[in-house]
Design a binder for this molecule. Structure first.
Ligand code: HEM
Length: 237
């Protein structure tokens, strides 16, 4: 972690390295591409869907664009898992996304704080329980979308491996999980990254890589204490 300054007294810490920023950008663009070419196929009778399919070059083109973005997602997930495993096994970084008992206690404490039953909200480490929830939902969702998507891409091959019912089941799973992913990202993720009072109007840290020390103190005090080599809540080194 390095520390910089914007010249007006606010110090910044590096929260996301270049690889993480590029990964987020690629996944973001890819997801928009998948939704824009997937949902019109699901709702093909709607006027907006027919308009979109027509403007993207017709249904054949839309299907190929969707498959292209699908393969990009597959590669991105494989690269992500390989990089994460390597970094964790080499002990360069801790398994900071691991869910533990503390996350459940943090969730309860935060809810109690919102209800006025607690004086302080929970103090978080590198990722809070909501960020972990979102990460794991996304990873599990990606695996479902990739496996069901590949099944729809190669139905004859998959039907040779197991019962034929797998294909219509994959279609239902892909179609509904795709709609749910779109709703989760637009409602939950946009709220947390843009509309949440802590970050409004926009949390730019995943694009700039930087986060202010003030935000770290407020949102990730346990990680900040570790970086600065002191006990949480203390100030010296
Ligand atoms: C989050 C990512 C994704 C979303 C939101 C999404 C969404 C959708 C939707 C809504 C449909 C239409 C289903 C229906 O007709 O009811 C669809 C079809 C399809 N998707 Fe996806 N999808 C995603 C990822 C993928 C991936 C990763 C692959 C491949 C590896 C893939 C391959 C396909 C295929 C092959 C079809 C059938 C249409 C065709 O033959 O081209 N999708 N997708």
């Amino acid at each position: 972690m390095s520390e910089g300054s914007n010249g007006v007294g606010t110090s910044y810490l590096l929260r996301f390295g270049p690889a993480q920023r590029v990964e987020h950008f690629v996944t973001m663009v890819d997801f928009v591409g998948l939704v824009a070419t997937g949902l019109p196929q699901k709702f093909y009778t709607a006027r907006w869907a027919q308009w979109l399919i027509g403007n993207l070059g017709g249904i054949d083109t839309v299907r190929w664009i969707h498959r292209f973005f699908g393969i990009v997602l597959l590669v991105a997930v494989v690269v992500h898992l390989a990089t994460a495993f390597r970094a964790i096994l080499s002990r360069k970084v801790g398994f900071t996304m691991a869910v533990n008992k503390r996350d459940f206690n943090d969730a309860v404490q935060t809810l109690r704080y919102y209800l006025g039953l607690e004086d302080h909200p929970a103090a978080f480490d590198r990722y809070d329980y909501k960020q972990k929830w979102e990460y794991w939902s996304l990873m599990i969702g990606n695996v479902i979308m990739i496996l069901s998507g590949l099944t729809l891409m190669y139905p004859a091959f998959v039907a040779r491996l197991g019962p034929g019912e797998i294909i219509p089941a994959a279609k239902v799973a892909h179609s509904n999980e795709g709609l749910m992913a779109f709703l989760v990202i637009t409602i939950w993720h946009i709220f947390n990254a843009h509309l949440h009072p802590d970050v409004f109007p926009f949390d730019a840290s995943i694009f700039t890589g930087q986060i202010s020390r003030e935000r770290m103190e407020h949102e990730h005090p346990l990680e900040l204490a570790r970086i600065e080599g002191r006990e949480p809540g203390g100030h010296g080194h």
